[in-house]
Design a protein around this ligand. Structure first.
Ligand code: NI
Ligand code: MN
Length: 248
C-alpha cells in the first residue's frame, strides 16, 4: 500500500491592500512596544496585546486591537483605549459589556476586517480574565496569524511549545513569527528555538522577556543558535524599535 501525501496549498491568500489612490502598500512595519505588545503598521494599524510596563499605548491609535488572552499583561489598556478589538468570544463579550467595540472569534477561525485577515491559533496556556479583585472565565488562550499588505505575521501569544506549530507554518505561511522566550510562564529559549523551526518563518522576533526578573533572558545566544543552524534570521528589538518587512 502506498501512502498518498497531500501537500496543503496556501489556502488563505495574503491580502494586498491598496490605498485611496490605488497604490499598493509596499511593506509592513513591525514595532515591539515591549513585553507582548506589538504594533503592525501597514495600510491599517493593528495593535496586539496593548500592555506596556511603563507609559501608555493610547498614542498608537490602532485601527484594530487583537487580544491573545485575558491575563492583565496582555489585556493592558484594551478597555480604556476602546478601539475595535478582536478576541476569543468570551473576552469579546466581556469587552462589549465594558463599551469596547469587539468582534468575537475562536481558535481555528479566520475573520477579515477591512483588508486585515485575523486567524486565531491555539496556544498552550491558561486564559482567565483578570480584573482587580475579580476574575472571569476568559475562554482559552490563543495566538494570531495576522495578514495585510502581502505580509503575514504570527504572534504566538503566551504559550508552551506544541508540535501543531508545524501546521501553522504549513497552512498560513507566516513571514514573521513573534515568539515568547521568557520562560516560566511561556516557552524559554530552547522551546522557542524548536518553535522557530516548526513554524519556518524567515524572520523571528523574541517577545515576552526581560519585562520583569521572573522572565529574564539573554536573547543573544538564542539568536546565535538559530542563525548558526538554520536559514531563519532573528531580529532582537529594543522596546519601541521597529523592523520593516516587505511582501514575499
Ligand atoms: Ni498569560
Ligand atoms: Mn503573559
Amino acid at each position: 500500500m502506498s501512502l498518498l501525501v497531500v501537500r496543503v496549498p496556501p489556502f488563505f491568500p495574503v491580502p494586498h491592500n491598496v490605498d485611496a489612490y490605488g497604490i499598493l502598500s509596499a511593506c509592513m512595519y513591525i514595532t515591539w512596544l515591549g513585553h507582548s505588545c506589538v504594533l503592525l503598521s501597514g495600510s491599517k494599524k493593528v495593535l496586539i496585546d496593548p500592555f506596556i510596563e511603563t507609559g501608555s499605548v493610547a498614542g498608537t491609535k490602532p485601527d484594530f486591537v487583537a487580544i491573545t488572552h485575558g491575563h492583565a499583561d496582555h489585556m493592558g489598556e484594551v478597555v480604556t483605549i476602546k478601539r475595535p478589538t478582536v478576541a476569543i468570544t468570551e473576552i469579546a463579550k466581556y469587552l462589549k459589556a465594558r463599551g469596547v467595540p469587539s468582534e468575537g472569534m475562536n481558535i481555528g477561525g479566520t475573520l477579515v476586517l477591512r483588508g486585515v485577515t485575523f486567524t486565531m491559533t491555539p496556544a498552550m496556556h491558561s486564559g482567565r480574565i483578570e480584573e482587580t479583585g475579580q476574575g472571569y472565565g476568559g475562554g482559552t488562550a490563543a495566538g494570531f496569524v495576522i495578514a495585510m499588505d502581502g505580509v503575514s505575521v504570527y504572534h504566538a501569544g503566551d504559550t508552551g511549545l506544541f508540535s501543531d506549530m508545524k501546521l501553522i507554518g504549513e497552512l498560513y505561511h507566516p513571514d514573521v513569527a513573534l515568539l515568547p522566550i521568557g520562560g516560566r510562564f511561556t516557552m524559554g529559549p530552547a522551546e522557542a528555538m524548536m518553535a522557530a523551526n516548526f513554524i519556518g518563518a524567515k524572520l523571528v522576533i523574541p517577545i515576552h522577556y526581560n519585562t520583569w526578573d521572573k522572565i529574564e533572558q539573554d536573547p543573544e545566544p538564542w539568536k546565535e543558535a538559530i542563525e548558526r543552524t538554520t536559514d531563519i534570521r532573528v531580529k532582537i528589538l529594543k522596546p519601541g524599535e521597529m523592523v520593516e518587512v516587505k511582501p514575499s
